[in-house]
Write a protein that binds this ligand. Sequence first.
Ligand code: GLN
Length: 279
Amino acid sequence: MTLLEFKNHFFKNLKSINSQNEIEEFFFWLIEHHCNINRMGFMMNSSFKLSIIQTNNLFKSISLLKKNTPIQYVIGETEFMNLKFKLNNKVLIPRPETEELVSWVINDDNENKRILDIGTGSGCIAISLAKFIKNSNVIAWDVDKKILSIANKNAIMNNVNILFELIDISKVKSDRKFDIIISNPPYVCENEKTKMKDNVLLFEPHLALFVNDNDPLFFYSRIIDFARLSLNNRGKIFLEINENYSKRVVKLLKNAEFQDIELRKDFRQKNRMIKACFK
Ligand code: GLN
C-alpha cells in the first residue's frame, strides 16, 4: 500500500468521527511517528510504499482513533515546551496552559534554585524546568510507582537529572527546604464532568483530573500548608488552578502569609495560574 492510498483510507474511516482538520493533523502525526515522514516529505513522495510493520501500526491506530482515543495515547508520545515526552493513560496529556505556567517560572529569574514539582505525572513540568533553568536542582513527587517510571524515562530521554520520589502530598511531613514549589494538581470537580469531552473522560486518568465537589481545594490546602513549612525565605510557589476557584486559592495563600500574589490568565482568558512569595 502506498502512503497516498493509506491517506485516502484513513480519511474515509474517520470522517464520521472527526473534522477534516483533525483527521489531517492525526494523519501527519502518525506518519511522522511510524514512517519518519513529515508534511513536506509526504508531498514529495506520496507514492512511498509502506512496509508491513508500518501498515499494521497505521491500521491499529485507525481502530484506536475510532474509539476516540486521544492521538497522544495512540502514538504514546507528545510534545511539551518543544521537548518529547512518552506517555500512556496513567498520566495526563500535557496541556498548553501548563506550558504557560512553566514559561512563567523559566522567565522569572529562578537560576540556581531547588525546585519541587508536586504530582509530576509525565514529568513534563519538572523536566522542562530542569532543561531550561540554569543550575536547577529539581525534585519531583508522585503517588504511583508506574507514573514515576514514565516520568523517569522522560527525564532520561531528555537528558536531565531529577530526583523522583514516591510521596503523597496529603501524608508527607516537611523535612527539607525548597526555593520553588510548583504543582498542577487535580482540580476539576466531579460536577464539571458533564461539560467534558469523551476523549478526556474515557481515556485520561481521573486520579490526575478530579476532586470531590465537597472539597475542590483539597490539594491546594495541602500544598500551601506544606509550602509554608518548606519554603526558604523569599521562596515562591507556582500553581495551576481551576478558573472557578481563583479567589479561594488567593485566600488560602493570604491566610498562609504569602505575599505578592499574582494571578494570570491562560490563552483562553481564564484565570489559570498563580504565583506567590513566601515572606
Ligand atoms: N487542565 C486540565 C483539563 O482541562 C486539568 C488539569 C488538572 O486537573 N490539573 O482537563
